[in-house]
Design a protein around this ligand. Structure first.
Ligand code: C5P
Length: 234
């Protein structure tokens, strides 16, 4: 069964913690992204862990291997259960990330999952600033196959390509899917969106949902409705 991850895209810890508190028991995972982490730092991760959540630290590292190694080491020391890098950084960067992960874990600590972002779900065909315009799903699949070869634990991908990635990389290779939109929700800046049911049907292991929950009139009810839709997929 897939897990729901709620994206806490807030400008301060107070707002993020208030939302997390209201979702206790409705979603097992919280995601800390760039806006919140840049404003508040590692205390947001430890605060959410103390509240009993699993934490995905979504900082999408993309730099030279040595810098990414250190960044992942620090991310792991924050206590995050899942961290990520960009698959486009290539083999040496990916392997440096795995080294940083191993260096950051305390003895006895379960190593966090290290995922690779394939293509951002906000990018459709034509959004890549390149004259050659590869199909986003093909590119995501290629990058996922490489990420698996480099020893990463899985990828961040749209629900549109999760099924093909599972076939190519094996069922244990994690697919985490943002760009989730219940049928009635506004896509906003996202482009390659799927419903919660479609994402689960296509094999996604984790569904990341932000605004359809955090901007709902009743966020807890919105989260529970998404979980119910996920559970209905056999
Ligand atoms: O509000 P919404 O549901 O669109 O939020 C999606 C979250 O997932 C955002 O925090 C965004 O940064 C993140 N994300 C994404 N696409 C990726 C990786 C992460 O939308 N490929």
């Amino acid at each position: 069964m897939a897990d729901l991850v709620v994206a806490l895209d807030y400008k301060d810890a107070e707002s993020a913690f208030a939302m997390a508190r209201s979702l206790k028991g409705a979603a097992p995972w919280m995601k800390v992204g760039l806006e919140l982490f840049v404003a508040e730092g590692p205390k947001v991760v430890s605060g959410l862990k103390e509240m009993g959540f699993k934490v995905f630290l979504d900082l999408k590292f993309f730099d030279i291997p040595n810098t990414v190694q250190g960044a992942v080491r620090s991310a792991v020391r924050s206590g995050a259960d899942m961290v990520n890098i960009h698959a486009l950084g290539g083999e040496r960067m990916a392997k440096a990330a795995m080294d940083g992960c191993a260096e950051g874990v305390d003895p006895g600590q379960k190593p966090p999952m290290v995922l690779a972002v394939t293509m951002l779900t906000s990018m459709g065909a034509g959004d890549l600033p390149l004259d050659i315009a590869p199909d986003p799903s093909e590119m995501a699949l290629d990058l996922a196959v490489k990420a698996e070869q480099y020893g990463l634990n899985g990828v961040v991908c749209s629900g549109l390509e999760a099924e093909r990635i599972k076939v190519a990389c094996g069922n244990d290779f994690i697919c985490l899917t943002p760009g989730i939109r219940p049928a009635s929700a506004d896509a906003g800046d996202q482009r390659r969106v799927v419903t919660p049911a479609q994402a689960v049907q296509n094999g996604s292991d984790y569904l990341v949902v932000g605004r359809p929950i955090t901007q709902a009139t009743d966020p807890r009810e919105a989260a529970l409705a998404i979980v119910e839709e996920m559970e209905q997929v056999k």
